[in-house]
Design a protein around this ligand. Sequence first.
Ligand SMILES: Cc1cc2nc3c(=O)[nH]c(=O)nc-3n(C[C@H](O)[C@H](O)[C@H](O)COP(=O)(O)O)c2cc1C
Length: 421
Amino acid sequence: MSFDLSVFSNKNIILAVTGGIAAYKSAILVRRLKDYGFNVRVVMTKGAQAFITPLTFQALSGNSVHTELLDPEAEAGMGHIELARWADLILVAPASCDTIAKFAAGLADDLLSTLYLATKAPVWVAPAMNQQMWAAKATQRNLNTLVEDGVHVIMPEAGSQACGDVGLGRMPEPEDLADQVKNYFHQAQRAIAEKFGLLAGKRVVITAGPTREAIDPVRYISNHSTGKMGFAIAAACYSAGAKVTLLAGPVSLDTPNGVRRINVSSAIKMLDESMHQLEEGCDIFIATAAVADYRVAEVSEHKIKKAGDELNVSLVKNPDIVATIAQQEKRPFMVGFAAETRNVEEYAAGKLVAKKLDMIACNDVSRADIGFASDQNAMTVFFAEQYQMQKRDLEKASKQEIAQQLVEAIHDALHHEIETV
Ligand SMILES: Cc1cc2nc3c(=O)[nH]c(=O)nc-3n(C[C@H](O)[C@H](O)[C@H](O)COP(=O)(O)O)c2cc1C
C-alpha cells in the first residue's frame, strides 16, 4: 500500500461560512484548498450571504453552494445527511459568535447547525469577531463546551480589527488555515503509511543529481542530470512509509515533503556522506546520482588565467559510490541506475553483476522523450539472481509514476527474498 501525500483529490472538505466581516477571506481559502487538490463544498448561513454572495463560492469551488435546510429542491440534490456523510472535515471559517453559541446549545434550526449535529467528521472552527465579543463570558463558555465536545478551535489572532478595535479576534490568514488542513491530512496519511506502507519502517538513502568536480575556484566539470528522478523516488519512498535521506548534488529542486535533504557537491563528498549514512543505519540505498567518473587531479588554488591556445587538465578516476557501498560488510539492499546511450540492457545487466547490486534500473538517455531533463521516463529493471524475478519493464510514464513502480519493485524483491530464505 502506498500513499501520494501531494494530492488530496480523495478528501472532501465542507467550508462553512458564517456572518462575519472575515467572510471575504474565505474566498481565498477556497482557492488554496482547491490548489491543494481537495474537493470543496461551501455551506453558507443567511448571515454570511449578507457579506459575500454564494455565486463567488460557487465559481471558486466548482460546486453549487448549500444555503437552505428546509428547501425540498435543495434536499432533493444533496440533502443535509448526505452532505454530513460526504465531509472528511468541516471547517467553519469564519465562525461567528452566533454559530458557536448554536453549536454549544445543540440547536438545529438552519443547515449548518443541523450538519454539525449530523456529521461524524472532525469539525474545526475559526472564530473571528470583535475583541470584546471574543472576550465575552458567554463566548468563552460556549467555546469551552465545543472543545469538550471534541471540536478543534483555531485560535484567532491579535491585531487591528475592521471595527477599529485592537485585540484578539482576527481570523488567521486563509493561506495559514489551508496549510493547517493540508498538514492534518498529511499527518493522518503518514501515520497510515508508517504502519501499512510498502516500505514501512525502512530507512532509505537516495543519491540524486549531478556532482561537480572543481577545476579551480570558479570552474567545474559536471553533467546534465537534473535530479528529478531521484527526488521523485524520495517522495515515493516517503509516501510508502520509509524514513528518507536524500543526498542531493547541485540541483534547483524543492525538497520533497518529509524528506531529509543533505546537499553535497563532489563525488568524494557524496561518498563520504553515503558512508556516514550507512553508519547511521540504512536498509535500502538507491543510487540515482549521475556521479562524475573523473575529477581533476590537482584543483588549482587560484583561477586559471587564459594563456596559450590549449589547456590540458589531467583527470583521475573518482571512487565508484554504489560499488563501494555494496562491498561493505553490513550492506543495505542496493539499487543502482544506469543511463546509457547504446546497448542499454546489456551494459545494465553487466553492472548489476560487476557491482554486486540487488537491483538496477536502466534507461536509454539517447531517447529525447525520456531521461535527464524530461518529466517522463521509461525503464527496465533487472534483479540479482537470488530474487528469481529477472526483469521488469516500466512503461513510459511520469517520473512520479515510475518512482511508484520502482518502490513496488523494491518491495517485491525484498518480500520475495524473505519468502525464499
Ligand atoms: C457589519 C457586521 C459585521 C459583523 N461581524 C461579525 C463578526 O466578525 N463576528 C461575529 O461573530 N459576528 C459578526 N456580526 C454579527 C453576525 O453577523 C450576527 O450575529 C449574525 O446573526 C450571525 O449569523 P450566523 O452565525 O448564522 O452567520 C456582524 C454584524 C454586522 C452587521
